[in-house]
Structure formats: structure tokens, C-alpha cells
Design a protein around this ligand. Structure first.
Ligand code: C5P
Length: 219
């Protein structure tokens, strides 16, 4: 292992709350925050806009290399257009999962992700922060929650009831994405032997943030 980096790597399945926890930990430490999933989502959206098939590895990878994205505070601009909401749909989530399974796309986005690290320090969230992008992170966390709890959280975010048809569809989509992300050959989602497990099914965001900060201070 190389010299440890001033990076906290938080990996885990979709809708586990890792984005919220990671960005709050970053704010508490005064570090930067990398939402790596957004880059895969942006690539999927950009491909859709350009009429490129999500399975066309060469074409999608070349779009990923030149992704015209600007992160402006809370806003994400793609080709000058605010896509902060558009990239959060379930459809684009599935597209992100599809393009993320293509090795050339992952390679295309690797350096872009590493460039987020400055001397301030970085909290990154995704699926392969600890395994591929920042294997020398000083703290690695696998943050998860049961599929049902994650589906309920997503439903609440979308102002939908936590039962019934719409909820069942969300649950199904979460399970399908878990399955795709865990089974793929490149950078599959799994807990690393050197990552700490944080199951947030029964604890609040505040408690989760505190736990991560405690681990960081005691490491
Ligand atoms: O985390 P989020 O749900 O925004 O990620 C969208 C998709 O992007 C995931 O389902 C996953 O397939 C992919 N992804 C990835 N590696 C990352 C982050 C996201 O493969 N580091």
C-alpha cells in the first residue's frame, strides 16, 4: 500500500444515504466532496441526449472523456444546462448502472475523479472509491441499509407513499441495480476487507455522520 491519502472513501448501494452522509462529513471536516455516481449519471444522460446507445462502449467512453460538466455549488451544469434534477431519475440511474459496467467508461472517468483531491482532503462516495479510485484512502467505509429501508427513503424523497404500486416499483428498481452493480466484472460493489461496515437501516443521518467522524478521529 502507498502513502495514505487524506481521503475518506464511502462505498455502498444506491439510496443507502451515503451521499448525504459523505457530504456532511466533508462539510464537518472542511474537505471537498465527490459524488462519483453523478459522473456516471451525467455520462448516461449525455449519451441519451446525443442519441448514443448505453451499450456502445467506444462511443459512450468517448463522450465520458469530454463530458462538458461544471459543478457549481449545488448545481450541475451539462453543456451549460442545469441537469441537477434530471440526473436523479430512476431511468438515468439504470442508465448510469449500464454505462458503469463498461470498462472503457470507468477508465475514462478515473482521472477526472482523482482530480477532485486537493490538499484540503476529500470525501468520495460511490461503489469503488476504496477499491479502485482511492485504494490508499485513510478511512474506508461500506455504508448500507436494507433494500426496504432504502426504497422507503427514495419514496419519501419523491413524495410518494411507502407502500403500494409506486413503492414496489422503486424497491424492484433498487434490487435490480444492486444485482447489476454487485455482479458486474469491473469494480463490482462489495465490502472490502479493510472497510468498516456502517449499516444505517436503524440509525439516523446525524448518528451515521458522527460514527464516521469518530472513526476518522480514532484511526
Ligand atoms: O450512487 P448513484 O446511485 O448515483 O450511482 C449511479 C450508478 O453509477 C450506480 O448504480 C453504479 O452502477 C454507478 N457507479 C459506479 N461507481 C461509482 C459510482 C456509481 O459504478 N463509483
Amino acid at each position: 500500500m502507498g502513502k495514505q491519502l487524506q481521503v475518506i472513501a464511502i462505498d455502498g448501494p444506491s439510496a443507502s444515504g451515503k451521499g448525504t452522509v459523505a457530504s456532511r462529513v466533508a462539510a464537518a471536516l472542511g474537505w471537498d466532496y465527490l459524488d462519483s455516481g453523478a459522473l456516471y449519471r451525467l455520462t448516461a444522460l449525455y449519451a441519451q441526449q446525443q442519441g448514443v446507445d448505453w451499450k456502445d462502449e467506444t462511443a459512450v467512453a468517448s463522450l465520458a472523456v469530454g463530458l462538458p460538466v461544471v459543478f457549481k455549488g449545488d448545481k450541475i451544469l451539462l453543456d451549460g444546462q442545469d441537469v441537477s434534477q434530471a440526473i436523479r431519475s430512476e431511468e438515468i440511474g439504470m442508465g448510469a448502472s449500464a454505462v458503469a459496467a463498461l470498462p472503457a467508461v470507468r477508465t475514462a472517468l478515473l482521472q477526472r475523479q482523482r482530480d477532485f483531491l486537493t490538499e484540503r482532503g476529500l470525501v468520495g462516495d460511490g461503489r469503488d472509491m476504496g477499491s479502485v479510485v482511492f485504494p490508499d484512502a485513510c478511512l474506508k467505509i461500506f455504508l448500507t441499509a436494507s433494500a426496504e429501508v432504502r426504497a422507503q427513503r427514495r419514496a419519501r424523497q419523491l413524495d410518494l407513499p411507502c407502500e403500494g404500486e409506486a413503492y414496489e416499483r422503486i424497491l424492484e428498481s433498487i434490487r435490480a441495480r444492486d444485482e447489476a452493480d454487485s455482479r458486474r466484472e469491473v469494480a463490482p460493489l462489495r465490502q472490502l476487507p479493510d472497510a468498516r461496515l456502517l449499516d444505517t437501516s436503524e440509525i439516523s443521518i446525524e448518528e451515521s455522520v458522527k460514527k464516521v467522524l469518530d472513526w476518522y478521529e480514532k484511526k
